[in-house]
Write a protein that binds this ligand. Sequence first.
Ligand code: GLC
Length: 744
Amino acid sequence: MENPNGTGAKVLTNAEVEARVEVILAGLSLSEKVGQLTQVGGTTFIEGPKPEDVIRRGGAGSVLWLNDTQKFNALQRIAVEESPSGIPLLFALDVIHGYRTIFPVPLAMAASWDPTVPERAQAVAAKEARAAGLHWTFGPMLDIARDARWGRIVEGAGEDPHLGAAMAAAQVRGFQGDRLGAPDRVVACAKHFAGYGASDGGRDYDPVYLPEGLLRNVYFPPFHAAVEAGVGTFMSAYMDLNDVPASGNRWLLRDVLRGEWGFKGFVVSDALAVGNLVTQGFARDRRDAAFRALSAGLDMDMASNTYPEHLEELVDSGALSVELIDDAVRAILAVKVRMGLFEQPYADEGLLEQVVASPEHRTAARLAAQRSMVLLRNEGALLPLDKGIKNLAVIGTLANSKSATEGSWMVFGHIPAAVTVLEGIRAKLPDATITYAPGPEIEREFPSMFDILMPDPNKPAPQTPEQAEVAFQQAVDTARGADLVVMVLGEHANMSGEAASRASLDLPGRQEELLKAVVALGKPVVLVLLNGRPLSITWAAENVPAIVEAWEPGTEGGHAVADILFGDVNPGGKLPVTFPRKGSHAPLYYARNLTHSPEGSRAYNPRYWDGLPTPLYPFGFGLSYTTFEIANVSVSTARMKVGETLTVTADVTNTGRVAGDEVVQLYIHQRAGSDTRPMRELKGFERVTLQPGETRTVTFQLGPSALRYWSTSRGAWVQDAAEFDIWVGSDSLATLHAEFRVES
Ligand code: GLC
């Protein structure tokens, strides 16, 4: 059978893969089998034996934290030509939203509500990464996040399982193609399984306590969608899940992932997580850690060296059956066989520069950034700006920061090369006077783990308060001299991502103070946000006429921001995550239960006496330069039986004067049932482009898969006979209503 990815290489059937794996496995010593279960760091920032020596004796199956094509080939040559069985290595790295051409961060791409955006992005990322010699990316990150204080919210698709599942499948398709094996694709890795986004208080790494119903109804769906899309690998999460670390959690890794979902790939731990089973008080010692992790279904030990230290002895002593080792090795070898590594273990050292030079990669990155941005406010239709403007000031340290534009989770060794917002605006208006002032610098209170592991030699010394004050006044003076001001505020790339949680959602540093001072000048002000999480911009939301959420938009981010500010693109993105008014309101999300005292009811008592926790901006919210009307919602039947499917239709019209995109969203509410169900749940969405005056009918299906849920009271999947409300609209506060009944 020809490879559907058009490469001419023969695609092996599952039976052929299994047969080849058995032949290879039969030739391996126990020591070499354990080697295949061992992933070693390619750099020395994690203490451990030199990779060359380990690989030469067949002690490693994969290498991570290395990003150098020549070094890949050098290590691969040792594995293939010098190790006892010559099994090629899998080279792996965190290619989360681009390799050399950087796309918007995943949270931004989710804001496009268009699965083709992350699919295309990850296909480009895969092509560049594979050209560099990488085979395996530690992405997509699929953790549902309802607490904006959690730094890793930037890496996922936000708070909703339906949107998250769509983005998960799209990313797996982008990374892998429609099956493993094409020479311009990589193996994907669904991470971090599971529940990591619910860490107590949004504090990264803290324990997670999630009842089974919440795990299955909210946190699992994106991971299940990844399995359905054929994801090649999973990564277990760091944290304790209900007091059982995910990396030693048999229920997660064997019962659910393999037993219920039929996952056939392999599971790698998160960094050092096997050895850390001792640290977190689960395993007695590293031998116990190795035993319990492998027994739980964790196939590959990422860089903790615990498997190579103890698995052979555990098997020799009879404590561990060699069959468990063999099963893990089979899963890893199968990926290597499918990826064609035995036929083509080496990278073409000249290919990357050719691939990266392709203009279509940057075109795709610019389009992704345009489609991800969300218009949060546009009082008096200040936007789009007139291209005839003569004198414009751009203010804010992020406005000319390449790293802030490319965002969190850059590839190991990547050098930011983004077009900044300032550069994008200057390119758009070459004849205008465009002044710039950074204003005060913004810094984390505690340094980032990555800044410690990989210090930037060119990083300037921290600003003194006096220097900050001078910068502040210069910024105000610069604004004073302009006709209009674009403020670019938000967070630096290291203020979200791993080990980047924060207790507040306010603009860091003196940014809000500077914003107030500039607004007080009485000139038109546009706020552009560069950030990796929701921010509580409550003052700006009432005092700045125009606000664009640009997230961390990637290499082409500055051009995309200018495209939107000057009307070459009409923004159509929607929030994939709720924006709280305060950090202390987190976790805050739309899909909540009604309670006995529902918000807005007569009996309602505000949940806090010091301010309503209503969202600053709700899930699904986003404006446009045009206006839309959604009307005529209807259901194909008012009553159906359990197991049947009905159709929901609605008409969306562009009632404004310019073309634009609307994301039509469908929410349901089951009024009563075996369990209490959330007051709203997203069950359908479609982004449509409409010309002025154009009307389109959008259609959604609601069947058993949309209406069933895991019932805590029944301990099973159920679809209740019940009455349902539905709403169709442009965000999670949609009011256009219909109803139907399901009968047993
Ligand atoms: C990190 C992250 C994980 C990443 C891995 C390898 O600590 O938790 O997302 O893929 O280590 O870099």
